[in-house]
Design a protein around this ligand. Structure first.
Ligand code: NCD
Ligand code: ZN
Length: 347
């Protein structure tokens, strides 16, 4: 009989679902593995107020497969125009969990992001009063800063001063990629956490760039060095509750990835739970998988843990080479055409 592993149903603390007809495909892919997901607001135009977040939430729920009870947890996009009143309204909504900071221009659909965080202090202070977390895309956009250094420089120039100015503001450093970020996170007390993606656990920049450029591994923050990858793996398998699962699954149609100027984002939802399980197994840490996937994010966000379960089976399978994205577009999932040893068991 195949080996199976049953854990409390996981939450994805960082997910891009897009909108419109895409939702049919993206929601189905995540709902197979995840019970809840913190949904990123970087649509065009971005989700900047409670009403648009509620309407987006309804569109996501309408796209849920009939048999699933997938729950989207919504976020608002912080802009130069965000006001303390918008924060009050967000804090009063039971569907809005956090506010997302994109430094202007930092990543996909970040042109509406923040140009000067120091001008938003009243907004951030109001968030701290409500204990409404700020989720950070932790990269500076200064053209003089090398793309591989942008996370470390963000910690120094933005995060440390913010932490000092408003220590009680709950913070999540999203999709961390460096040993610097791991060390910074480990040194924090209080409501401070970081999400870690499956791709940053199994890849480093050589995987993207040596022997040919692999556009489907291009994401932001960009893959870093082997030492960074190792630090991320050690952090997640250590059982430290400050590190939890966030896939950053970010679908882009194949043609916009395989392009002279390809989009940033890895579509990993169809394989994310399998990859995390593989990583924990490889490091003899399967007993810590459940907390990373299904407990620490809930605790950080002060939500009850899920009560149902997810079963993984140790059974080799080949990841599809491509998947439908509607409108004759296709998506290339992470690990397309490759073998995985764990598989999420569906019903
Ligand atoms: C994300 C996207 O495509 O929306 N892309 C990515 O490379 N991760 C945005 C983001 O989280 O940076
Ligand atoms: Zn993201």
């Amino acid at each position: 009989m195949a080996l199976t592993l049953t854990i409390r149903a996981p939450d994805d603390a960082h997910l891009h679902l897009r909108d419109g007809t895409s939702l049919m495909y993206t929601v189905a892919a995540s709902a197979k593995s995840f019970k809840r997901a913190v949904v990123m607001p970087n649509l065009v135009p971005p989700i900047t107020c409670v009403d648009t977040a509620h309407a987006y939430r309804e569109r996501i729920q309408q796209a849920c497969p009939p048999s699933s009870s997938f729950t989207p947890l919504m976020t608002l996009y912080l802009t130069d125009q965000t006001t303390p009143e918008i924060i009050d309204a967000a804090a009063a909504s039971k569907h809005i969990l956090a506010i997302k900071l994109y430094p202007a221009g930092a990543t996909t659909n970040a042109h509406a992001g923040v140009t000067r965080l120091d001008l938003l202090m009243p907004v951030l202070e109001r968030m701290a009063e409500h204990q409404l977390p700020l989720l950070m895309h932790g990269e500076v956009t200064d053209p003089d800063v090398d793309i591989f250094d942008r996370e470390a420089v963000f910690i120094e120039r933005v995060l440390q001063p913010l932490r000092q100015a408003i220590p009680e503001l709950p913070l999540v450093m999203e999709h961390i990629t460096t040993a610097d970020a791991v060390a910074f996170c480990q040194a924090q007390a209080g409501r401070f956490a970081a999400t870690v993606t499956p791709h940053h656990l199994i890849y480093q920049r050589n995987d993207m760039l040596v022997g040919g450029i692999r556009p489907h591994l291009y994401c932001l923050p960009i893959l870093k060095r082997r030492v960074d990858q190792d630090a991320l793996v050690r952090a997640v398998i250590s059982g430290d509750p400050r590190f939890f699962l966030g896939t950053d699954s970010a679908p882009h149609a194949r043609h916009s990835k395989e392009s002279a100027c390809g989009c940033a984002g890895v579509f990993n939802a169809p394989v994310a739970m399998e990859v995390y399980t593989h990583v924990f197994e490889e490091h003899n840490a399967l007993d810590r998988l459940e907390n990373f996937c299904s407990r620490y994010a809930a605790e950080f966000y002060q939500l009850p843990c899920n009560t149902d379960t997810l079963t993984l089976v140790r059974e080799p399978w080949i990841v599809p080479g491509q998947m439908d994205y509607g409108n004759q577009d296709t998506l290339i999932p992470m690990l397309a055409g490759q073998q995985l040893n764990w598989k999420v068991h569906h019903g």
